[in-house]
Design a protein around this ligand. Structure first.
Ligand code: NAD
Length: 279
């Protein structure tokens, strides 16, 4: 396939690289010249130029405003029949707005982090028409392992909001477990090793317990982006008319991490907030 890839950041760059390695022709664009310089494929001068020859465009941008910025260019320059898979994490209503621009659109946010992007093992939650999902599936199979069509346009982003509130909650509680173990004189490494093998086990414990205990917080997934995602989750709860009290607490914890100046650190740096509460 001829694929345009817009947004070559922490996630987008390895995803676009995997598509090249799978034999697709990929034209990349990023507003950052430094990110473009890291990309091995063809590059374009803008989102419009990138999509001009494309069958499929993938966007992997930080937030809703960047998708709103790229959308008119994609709609104006794309060929008839162009399929647009937005894999960024954005508001469900922005996904529905994008679908009204006359381009076949899927919202296909991901979970699995930078590691999943590099390994091509992301979980991909897809909203949109069944036929469009089927058309994009061969490309999604290069990028991910668990790929589920969850409903109409916007549904993918709602599932991603649910994912982010669970991930934030687990990070917060792992941070509290580390603080408890250390304050009680118990080796947190041994403690979390046992937790990882029992009912409390999770991918977060598997992948991040050692770096959290060592206080290594290089991103990964930045606190700033998780703060954006908790805002999406809280707004989705309001729109659905449901009360999610723990989601509210997690949102405040992430907001505190940002207010304390940790916005550019990995979201596992929620540990710093819990530590500060106790120092
Ligand atoms: P990032 O900030 O590393 O990458 C975003 C890239 O988009 C940057 O390189 C930036 O220069 C570029 N960009 C910004 N505006 C642009 C525009 N108008 N046109 C073209 N390029 C533009 O972020 P990331 O970590 O790669 O995350 C991307 C998306 O994926 C976010 O929505 C994030 O919430 C989501 N996500 C991230 C992770 C993770 O672990 N990093 C995991 C799952 C989902």
């Amino acid at each position: 396939m001829n694929i345009a890839f817009v947004g070559l950041g922490i996630m987008g760059l390895p995803m676009a690289t995997n598509l090249i390695q799978a034999g697709h022709v990929v034209t990349g664009f990023d507003v950052s010249p430094a990110r473009m310089a890291l990309f091995d494929g063809k590059t374009a001068a803008g989102a419009g130029a990138a999509v001009a020859e494309a069958d499929l465009v993938v966007t992997m941008l930080p937030d809703s405003p960047q998708v709103e910025e790229a959308a008119p260019e994609i709609a104006a320059h794309g060929r008839p029949g162009l399929l647009w898979a937005d894999m960024s994490t954005i508001r469900p209503e922005t996904a529905r707005w994008a679908a009204g621009l006359g381009v076949r659109t899927l919202d296909a946010p991901v979970s699995g982090g930078e590691r999943g992007a590099i390994d091509g093992t992301l979980s991909i939650m897809v909203g949109g028409a069944e036929a469009d999902f089927a058309a994009a599936l061969p490309v999604f199979r290069v990028l991910g392992k668990t790929i589920v069509h969850v409903g109409p346009v916007g549904a993918g982003q709602t599932v991603k909001a649910a994912n982010q509130l669970v991930v934030g909650g687990i990070y917060g509680l792992v941070a509290e477990a580390i603080v408890l173990l250390e304050a009680s004189g118990v080796d947190p490494g041994k403690g979390l090793d046992v937790l990882a093998g029992g009912l409390a086990g999770s991918r977060i414990l598997d992948l991040k317990r050692k770096s959290m205990i060592a206080r290594e917080f290089a991103p990964g997934f930045r606190i700033d982006l998780h703060h954006k995602d908790m805002g999406i989750a809280v707004a989705a709860a309001r729109e659905a008319g449901v009360a999610l009290p723990l989601t509210g607490q997690v949102a405040q914890l992430v907001a505190a991490a940002r207010a304390q100046g940790h916005g550019s650190l990995d979201h596992s740096a929620l540990l710093k907030v819990i530590e500060r509460l106790n120092s």
